[in-house]
Write a protein that binds this ligand. Structure first.
Ligand code: RB5
Length: 150
């Protein structure tokens, strides 16, 4: 199947375990960079670890989890070449691929999702980027990383 890199902070140990189990059931090879304990760590460090590993190449996509998913997704989006979505439900998880073509998806371990996170992840994995007018928008998002004129 494919390769996925995943990292989480102490606020998302269980959700990360759930997602890893699900990915492995689907046949993915998962590189989990931690953490597995409730001992406090800083989510920007975990985001940086996973994003830098992803950027080495060979991964289909990455997953980041913290308590809300907010801090770790913001951190990831500061790194050049990373587009990280924080979907609320199955619909948003689908569109994160179809319209935004993100390479990272984030979840919050302390969030009560209306949809099972495994189903949200499936929706992301099983969707395809639509391209067309969305390609230009994705290119513009990536250009914002270096273009200070807009
Ligand atoms: C850690 O307590 C918490 O702040 C973190 O997991 C996350 O929710 C930040 O956005």
């Amino acid at each position: 199947m494919g390769n996925v890199v995943i990292a989480n902070d102490h606020g998302a140990v269980e959700i990360a375990e759930r997602l890893i189990r699900h990915l492995e059931k689907r046949g993915f090879s998962v590189n989990h960079l931690g953490v597995t304990s409730r001992e406090s760590v800083d989510y920007p460090d975990m985001a940086a670890l996973a994003c830098r590993e992803y950027l080495k190449g060979g991964y289909d996509f990455g997953i980041l989890c913290c308590g809300t998913g907010i801090g770790i997704s913001i951190s990831a989006n500061k790194i050049e070449g990373i587009l990280c979505a924080l979907p609320q439900n199955i619909y948003a998880a689908t569109m994160a691929r179809v319209h935004n073509n993100v390479n990272f998806i984030a979840f919050g371990g302390r969030i009560d999702y209306q949809d099972p996170v495994e189903k949200m992840l499936d929706a992301f994995i099983d969707s395809t980027f639509e391209g067309g007018r969305h390609s230009a928008r994705v290119a513009k998002m990536l250009a914002l990383e270096t273009d200070q004129s807009c």
